[in-house]
Design a protein around this ligand. Sequence first.
Ligand SMILES: Cc1ncc(C[n+]2csc(CCOP(=O)(O)OP(=O)(O)O)c2C)c(N)n1
Ligand SMILES: [Mg+2]
Length: 352
Amino acid sequence: MLMNGRLFSKKSVIPETFIGLCHNDNFMTKINSSTLKNILKTMIDIRTLEEAIAEQYSQQKMRCPTHLSIGQESPPAVLSSLLTKEDQAVSTHRAHAHYIAKGGDIDALIAEIHGKVTGCSSGIGGSMHLIDKAVGFMGSTAIVGGTIPIGVGLALAKQIKKEPGIVVVYLGDAATEEGVFYEAANFAAVKKLPVLFVCENNLYSVYSPLACRQPKTRKIFELAQAIGLNSSQCDGNDIPSAYNELTQAVDNVRAGKGAGFIELSTYRWREHCGPGFDDHLNYRDSEEVAYWKDKDPIKQLTEHLLSEQLISNNELSALKTKSENKVAQAFKKALLAASPQLKNLEHLVYAK
Ligand SMILES: Cc1ncc(C[n+]2csc(CCOP(=O)(O)OP(=O)(O)O)c2C)c(N)n1
Ligand SMILES: [Mg+2]
């Protein structure tokens, strides 16, 4: 089998459901170079800040659980290049990348993970409970599937009030195994709501591979299609394929063609929850991990931009340095900021 120019003859490291999702360089040339650079910048910001979280986590200043998206930065980075401020998004326990890509503030995210008042959720939410209405980021939650009906509700409100924009509901592959997904997806399909479900299929629910949770031949996007959502699937770590498919999916929802669903294959490099690695638990093959690391979306896009002379080495290092400085400043500010006061707890938790 030939995937992304590499030959796998022994055992396939690609699950059946992803076979055929190939790299397509032709699409890359159709994407405007400034869009590609913005996508790269967003991915670098996400990776830089998450690597800094991983590095500093053991200092015990960040006391909430964190789920890192290192390795799966491309779906939100590509999607957000197609969204506007009028569009809204809801997210999952693995929310940092979604928040930053939607225009979220690095200072506010780092402060939130440190439990400080300057955090986007005023320091009482932590990594998994991010909200920032100013950028249309309407919430994330630790309950798998918990924000799916909230996103559908936001889309219903947009439809009733005739407000512009669409709603993006980020979900993991495991969230499609929750009953609430079917209820919400059915309602969105029936009402033709302006909502796009964006499923990041990283093959795992904690340590359980998709293959032991769902029939091997099932494709998640086909299941969504059967519910009545306009569905598609693509290689989420392949920027041109993701850009092409996401453009079509977003355009269809914007055009009022009904609720959509897109499944993007991707992979987390680190442990399910926490700053380290959990591969010693042997729940996934080292060959599989190596395959996905080789499909690093940042590496792929950097190589393309350099080889096409769309970015210089100097520009690239400036981009990285700027991101590192911004993240370092964010940590400094977070450590100096105040903690929330108990008297404000009720005010911060309940909506009026
Ligand atoms: C309703 C519910 N069931 C179980 C859990 C425990 N849990 C936390 S994350 C997770 C895996 C979710 O997998 P997926 O949706 O694919 O997202 P990923 O972690 O792979 O990004 C599980 C089972 C939970 N938080 N909520
Ligand atoms: Mg998963």
